[in-house]
Design a protein around this ligand. Structure first.
Ligand SMILES: *Cc1c(COP(=O)(O)O)cnc(C)c1O
Length: 357
């Protein structure tokens, strides 16, 4: 018998979230971002579930794009980091992948070969990770003019779209709009998930929702459910031991938590070896027996401890939700000093994904 530790994936919730992205994208189409194995949900199932609704997928790299083709799906796939080797351009042409070129060395590979996939160009409007600066952009476009029509789209990426108090997104949008204005034949794409929740944000022709598809919040200070999103992953395990600690007894490595009164507690069969964050300390919420409970002590590789004071009838075999419908992944992330993105993408291969419609 396998362990009862699973990530249940609700594909209907995924489609609900995708439709919300489409609604919030105004006139833009939404390319579904499915990098990092569909944010940990399984790229095969995620792309199949969205296949009839999404007109385009976006991934970080070629391997991920090939995983979509392995499903028999023929959608355009945008490669958000362009290509990582010259020979990959031929694969892009053959497979219908659209690399987002961001550097002169990628342009040089394009020039060197007769291979001409559809490309996007990345403009650096302030994120300062990838892309051509506004000052050099016209020269790059001019150098590509002999390859008529090769540039399908222009793209930029926001640094602070999650923060409604920051004006960086407006400034980046203005810079991008000015640059793109000179190339009316190119489609434009600026918006990550957070941009869908900003008032009056221009999303142009294509938006790029990622985290919101999976139900976690892209916004500072708002939960996924407050934004109308439904959690797609429910991370579940079960109690494999229960005992009552006497006052003065501790649980787990380092004896980092000690009972100050007799305390019923349980051991759950999940730990950082499954991707549950070790930095989630005492007080991190979980859900058992219809109630919110809290973690106590340190998370181990294969186990963690919970305080069962509020559910004294809990017993071995009871299901425990680590995150999902009752405990938001973002809440757990906040307790661990990180974001929902990291927790969802970090669920390890040891945890089976169970899919439901
Ligand atoms: C990952 C990524 C996205 C999606 O971002 P979310 O915050 O998950 O919506 C969009 N655009 C680019 C370039 C990305 O790398």
């Amino acid at each position: 018998m396998p362990r009862n530790t699973v990530a249940k994936i609700n594909l209907e919730a995924l489609r609900h979230n995708y439709r919300l992205a489409c609604e919030r994208a105004g006139g833009a189409q939404a390319m579904a971002v499915v990098k990092a194995d569909g944010y940990g949900h399984g790229i095969a199932a995620v792309t199949q579930a969205l296949a009839t609704e999404a007109g385009c997928f976006a991934v970080a790299c070629l391997e991920e794009a090939l995983a979509i083709r392995a499903q028999g799906l023929t959608h355009p796939v945008v490669l958000l980091q362009g290509v990582h080797a010259r020979k990959d351009l031929a694969v892009c042409l053959q497979e219908g992948f659209e690399p987002v070129l961001h550097s002169q060395s990628q342009i040089d590979w394009l020039m060197a070969d007769a291979v001409r996939p559809m490309i996007w160009l990345k403009v650096n409007t302030g994120m300062n990770r990838l892309g051509f600066s506004p000052g050099e952009f016209a020269a790059v476009m001019a150098s590509l003019r002999p390859m008529q029509g090769i540039v399908k789209g222009l793209m930029t990426h926001f640094a602070c779209a999650d923060d409604t108090a920051s004006d960086a997104t407006q400034l980046q949008t203005n810079v991008f709009r000015d640059i793109a204005g000179a190339y009316p034949d190119c489609v434009r794409s600026v918006g990550n998930s957070a941009a869908h929740f900003r008032d009056n944000q221009a999303l142009f022709e294509w938006s790029r929702p990622g985290i919101m598809l999976y139900g976690a919040s892209p916004m500072l200070g708002a939960s996924g459910s407050e934004l109308g999103l439904r959690p797609v992953m429910k991370l579940e395990s079960e109690l494999i031991a229960v005992r009552t600690l006497a006052a003065g007894e501790s649980v787990g490595y380092g004896e980092s938590w000690t009972a100050d009164k007799p305390t019923p507690m349980g051991i759950v069969a999940i730990g950082y070896g499954d991707g549950y964050p070790r930095h989630a300390g005492t007080g991190t919420p979980a859900w058992v027996g219809g109630r919110r409970i809290r973690l106590i002590g340190r998370v181990s590789m294969d186990m963690l401890a919970v305080d069962l004071s509020d559910v004294p009838t809990a017993q071995v075999g009871d299901r425990v939700e680590l995150w999902g419908d009752h405990v938001g992944v973002d809440e757990v992330a906040a307790c661990a000093g990180t974001i929902g993105y990291e927790l969802l993408t970090g669920v390890t291969a040891r945890v089976p994904r169970l899919y439901s419609e």
